[in-house]
Design a protein around this ligand. Structure first.
Ligand code: PLP
Length: 408
């Protein structure tokens, strides 16, 4: 039964939310197709950890599966279970009664004691990063009476997660070091992918290919989003884009050169407009002082929504494509923009102001606070009303809602 009267998130179902995200599902699919085309013969997977970088795996994963994506990565086992559920719902919707398509879900953080039944029940593939995790999977294989598929993560220089080269060589040297484990993918992760010219990239690649000789015939994966832009030698057998799917340029370059389609628009309503005299202050700590007679617009978003406090006095918003500087500190629920340079009749209370989107890119906003687009996306708060754009229609984020709402 559809609980139509119960909103699934604060503000959902309200016709005029105070702050909302519009997430372009078609743009995510277009970005995946672009990355797939740019990866030669390599398979293009989709990294959807942290609820698809905060944008909603439930809505985005089925759309990518429908476009032909066959392999998904999440970080944690619980995310894998949720992902299986999202993909199964998609499958039931498009092919009722047919056997499920073989969609692979890799869990990057592998498994812990007692997790093996959960992996089996939901058809999840662990990415094994330690000898202990390999033993746990071997125990599960022995209990099941059959070899079990998994990926191995070998560390090629990042020193964060993954088998050390020494451990990897030891395991592959021993006759039964990997007994019971069918290695379906060998992966490593780049430390400096966002800087294509960094010497670490070539070093990691050659160390990885060298290690891979110990496991002949196993498909190899090196590139995250940034790696896909390093040229054809980085793609190997499977690429693992995350951030690029969501429209954020993984490479440092001018915003105009970003070949990806923007995915997120973040708007908030103007609650109040006021004018202050030169030398008056704005916000907590009185950290902004007007240097002229100044018009201010106060909007309904704050650090509780993921608009980082480090954006204080440095970020921009936009109204009708015109940038307006943030004035003063970011509060929990409120922001104040200097709109003096806009014509007085161009903005009214109740109007929407862009916090990120067509004018202010997510990457640009992030850099105003000394951070990266990844952090901005994954911190977008639960209070923001999310709606999804699919084939020119807007769909509110309500459980089981599939009735499109026409734009305009
Ligand atoms: C998060 C992650 C990715 C995706 O990285 P992006 O930079 O978002 O493309 C790929 N591989 C691993 C191992 C990851 O943890």
């Amino acid at each position: 039964m559809k609980p139509a009267a119960i909103p699934s998130s604060a503000g959902s179902g309200v016709t005029a939310p105070l702050a909302r995200l519009t997430i372009d599902v078609d743009a995510v699919v277009a970005n995946w197709r672009f990355l797939d085309a740019g990866s030669g013969t390599a398979e293009c997977a989709a990294v959807m950890k942290a609820d698809a970088y905060g944008l909603g795996a439930r809505q985005l994963a089925p759309a990518l599966a429908a476009a032909g994506c066959r392999t998904f990565f999440v970080a944690q086992p619980a995310e894998g279970v949720a992902m299986r559920h999202h993909l199964a719902r998609h499958h039931m919707a498009v092919r009722p009664g047919a056997p499920p398509a073989p969609l692979r879900i890799f869990v990057l953080h592998g498994l812990q004691d007692g997790d093996a039944p959960l992996f089996a029940a939901h058809g999840l593939l662990p990415v094994l990063s330690t000898e202990r995790q390999i033993r746990l999977w071997q125990d599960a294989a022995r209990a099941a009476g059959t070899a079990l598929p998994a990926a191995l993560h070998v560390d090629s220089g990042m020193n964060r997660l993954g088998l050390t080269p020494a451990a990897f060589r030891r395991l592959t040297d021993e006759a039964d070091g990997l007994a019971g484990v069918t290695v379906v993918l060998l992966l490593t992760h780049l430390a400096c992918g966002d800087q294509p010219a960094h010497p670490m990239n070539a070093e990691q690649r050659s160390r990885f290919l060298d290690l891979a000789r110990c496991l002949p015939g196993v498909p190899l994966s090196l590139a995250n989003s940034a790696g896909i832009f390093h040229g054809p030698t980085a793609a190997l057998d499977l690429v693992r884009p995350g951030i690029a799917l969501y429209g954020v340029d993984p490479i440092e370059r001018p915003a105009a050169e970003n070949p990806l389609r923007p995915v997120v628009e973040w708007h908030s309503r103007i609650l109040q407009i006021r004018e202050i005299d030169a030398s008056e202050a704005v916000g907590y700590g009185a950290s902004f002082r007007a240097e002229r007679r100044t018009r201010l617009a106060t909007v309904s978003v704050g650090y509780a929504d993921g608009y980082l406090r480090s954006f204080s006095n440095s970020a921009f918003g936009a109204i009708d494509g015109v940038r307006v500087p943030l004035a003063g500190r970011v509060s929990m629920d409120l922001l104040t923009f200097d709109i003096t340079d806009l014509p007085a009749d161009a903005v009214q209370e109740g109007d929407e102001l862009e916090l990120a989107g067509a004018t202010v890119t997510v990457g640009e906003l992030a850099s105003c606070g000394g951070t990266i687009g990844y952090e901005v996306l994954t911190r977008l708060g639960s209070r923001l009303v999310r709606r999804y754009k699919k084939a020119g229609h807007l769909v509110e984020n309500e459980e089981d809602s599939n009735e499109p709402v026409s734009i305009g």
